[in-house]
Write a protein that binds this ligand. Structure first.
Ligand SMILES: NC(=O)c1ccc[n+]([C@@H]2O[C@H](COP(=O)([O-])OP(=O)(O)OC[C@H]3O[C@@H](n4cnc5c(N)ncnc54)[C@H](O)[C@@H]3O)[C@@H](O)[C@H]2O)c1
Length: 340
């Protein structure tokens, strides 16, 4: 199998995870170049990952590094122009979620993908690669739940990380845009429909900074789909026990619950307080396997000249829905979702 040479942009919280996977854990892949605005991250790539070509200039990496593919894990507002630039330069592209931060940006990415049908475009909704979610999907397709008609999704960041969430909330576009796109993607995947209407609300009890920043500490939304199915979303920033991601798919014949309690492992301590089992602490821990498996598939898609299941249009749809939820939260009214 031919070796795929990759450059990565973004070496932050998530980019560092992808970079280590690309450098050491994926057969048939060589991490050749890295780009970040942070010199210390570039130094890390050079010394720890043994990447020779490091730069703060994304265009320079795309134009000059010996690469045929780019992994984009930069801040969200940078995604779409970077996708366009890399595709126009003849590179295959992986981009992490969200596709873009507005409909205009997403359309720009769509147009670039349409201009280059011979290039691979791979959207990083990695939960589809998580073995538990993949198993849930397989059970649904095998008819084990009957007709799935409701998805309940919970995504709570740990209180231990609340300070960074408070900082981030001023520029993230709000909790729904930042945190709900994976859940929206899974809802569309499991229910097999498109969102037509959303209604959202939120509340803040522990950290008034969220409300002062125009955001909410806890958010909820109800979603209606064009095939008559429905979904409920609960996102938050203050889980006292750890990183809590939980999903339930309700069907006419059965329910599937993924990670009802987000155990970190199977070790339980029995002491004077009773029996206690540790909980997942953060997203890299919970989804380590999914991040690796999606990147393995990205490289395989290039080697086998194969397109992935997720398309650029899935990215646009998830973005539109999280923006509609945010509009509903701010207006207090139901919002129709229109796909233009
Ligand atoms: N799939 C997931 O579960 C998941 C989890 C976390 C973050 N993300 C997404 O990954 C992306 C990165 O998030 P993060 O938390 O790692 O962010 P971060 O702030 O920790 O890191 C951002 C990185 O992008 C680089 N960067 C930003 N603008 C750049 C530019 N113009 N040129 C070159 N480098 C640039 C920064 O130098 C930094 O290395 C975001 O889009 C986020 O939504 C996805």
């Amino acid at each position: 199998m031919k070796e795929v040479k990759v450059g990565i942009v973004g070496l932050g919280r998530l980019g560092s995870v992808h970079a280590e996977n690309l450098a050491f854990k994926i057969p048939g892949c060589k991490l050749m170049a890295a780009c970040s605005l942070e010199q210390k991250e570039l130094d890390w790539a050079k010394t720890d990952l043994k990447v020779d070509f490091v730069t703060t200039d994304y265009k320079k990496m795309v134009d000059e590094a010996d690469i045929e593919a780019v992994a984009i894990v930069s801040s969200s507002p940078e995604h779409c122009w970077m996708i366009e630039y890399a595709l126009d330069a003849g590179k295959h592209v992986f981009t992490d979620k969200p596709l873009g931060c507005s409909l205009e940006e997403c359309k720009r990415a769509e147009a670039a993908v349409e201009r280059h049908p011979d290039k691979l475009f791979f959207l990083g909704f990695m939960r589809r690669y998580d073995p538990s979610y993949a198993d849930a999907k397989a059970q649904i397709e095998a008819g084990k739940v009957g007709k799935p008609y409701l998805v309940k999704a919970t995504g709570l960041d740990p209180e231990a990380c609340v300070e960074s969430c408070i900082q981030f909330c001023k520029t993230s576009g709000g909790i729904f845009i930042d945190a709900a796109s994976h859940d929206v993607d899974l809802m569309r995947w499991f229910l097999g429909g498109e969102v037509t209407e959303v209604y959202a609300a939120g509340t803040t009890f522990k950290h008034p900074e969220f409300a002062a920043g125009g955001d909410t500490e806890t958010g909820m939304a109800m979603l209606k789909f064009d095939n008559g199915t429905v979904a409920f979303l609960h996102v938050g920033r203050t889980a006292p026990h750890g990183y809590h991601t939980e999903t339930e798919i309700v069907g006419t014949d059965a329910h599937i619950r993924v990670a009802g309690i987000p155990w970190k492992n199977r070790a339980m301590i029995f002491d004077a307080n009773g029996a206690c089992q540790p909980i997942i602490e953060n997203f890299p821990q919970r989804f380590a396997e999914a991040y690796l498996l999606e990147m393995v598939d990205f490289i395989k898609c290039i080697q086998e000249d194969r397109k992935p299941e997720l398309t650029v249009y899935d990215g646009t749809k998830a973005t539109l829905v999280t923006y509609a939820i945010t509009d509903s939260f701010h207006s207090g009214k139901p919002v129709q979702v229109e796909y233009k």
